[in-house]
Design a protein around this ligand. Structure first.
Ligand code: ATP
Ligand code: MG
Length: 211
């Protein structure tokens, strides 16, 4: 709380936001690395509801993305999945999600927002960025082709930069591969590949952004 004595933090929660269309091994490796390096007690994956920054393409139904996120995270003892953005009507903003998580977990929980270097680069354009920066610190993971330039970041932001073995995997590339009938099976957990096949996701011409 602004202006009051510092609260003792006795729990450290990672927050991994994403469209997860689909979730892939890059997301999971990033969350696992962040959990190990920052000694997090839990990582909560938060699939987006209506991703307003990706309006240029059709996004797969939230329930499919949520289901795949559950399947992908079920076998990790520290991972859980939150429906907070999926169940919130209207546009999705990280500030609202962080507020809600902070009130769910209580003030003695520290929030660590885990993000790839590409996503943190435009932090200054986020809604209520000053409040975001107060609510959470950031775990910035290197991602092939991106680096975080400190001068791009808002004032006062707390960033833990982490180098990890890069996994050059993106959801865009997986969607492209499924549509092209190219190999993709080992870029995602086995159950996610099975789910994509079972529901025929990403296969047809009107699939999300296969170009
Ligand atoms: P898309 O290609 O549709 O944009 P994406 O693979 O970038 O999908 P997102 O759901 O946009 O996945 O990303 C969610 C978060 O995961 C972002 O913070 C992003 O930077 C991070 N991320 C995605 N892929 C990787 C990766 N291979 N390594 C590290 N971080 C990643
Ligand atoms: Mg992305």
């Amino acid at each position: 709380v602004r202006g009051s004595a510092p609260t003792v933090v006795d729990r450290r929660i990672g927050v991994m936001g994403g469209t997860f269309d689909p979730i892939h091994l890059g997301h999971l490796a990033a969350a696992d690395e962040a959990a190990a390096r920052l000694e997090l007690d839990e990582v909560v994956f938060v699939p987006t509801g209506q991703p307003w920054q990706k309006t240029s393409r059709h996004v797969t139904a939230a329930e499919h993305r949520y289901a795949m996120t559950l399947l992908a995270t079920a076998d990790h003892p520290l991972f859980r999945v939150s429906r907070v953005e999926i169940d919130r009507p209207g546009r999705t903003y990280t500030v609202d999600t962080l507020r809600q998580l902070q009130s769910e977990y209580g003030t003695t929980t520290g929030l660590f927002f885990i993000t790839g270097a590409d996503a943190i680069a435009n932090l200054r354009s986020w809604k209520a960025v000053d409040e975001v920066v107060e609510l959470t610190s950031f775990v910035a993971l290197n991602r092939p082709g991106y680096r975080v330039a400190p001068e791009q970041l808002p004032d006062g932001v707390r960033v833990h930069s982490i180098d990890m073995p890069a996994l050059d995997i993106s959801s865009t590339e997986i969607r492209r591969r499924v549509a092209a009938r190219a190999a993709y099976r080992f870029l995602v957990p086995g159950l996610v590949a099975a789910y994509i096949d079972r529901y025929g996701l990403y296969r047809s011409a009107d699939s999300p952004d296969v170009a």
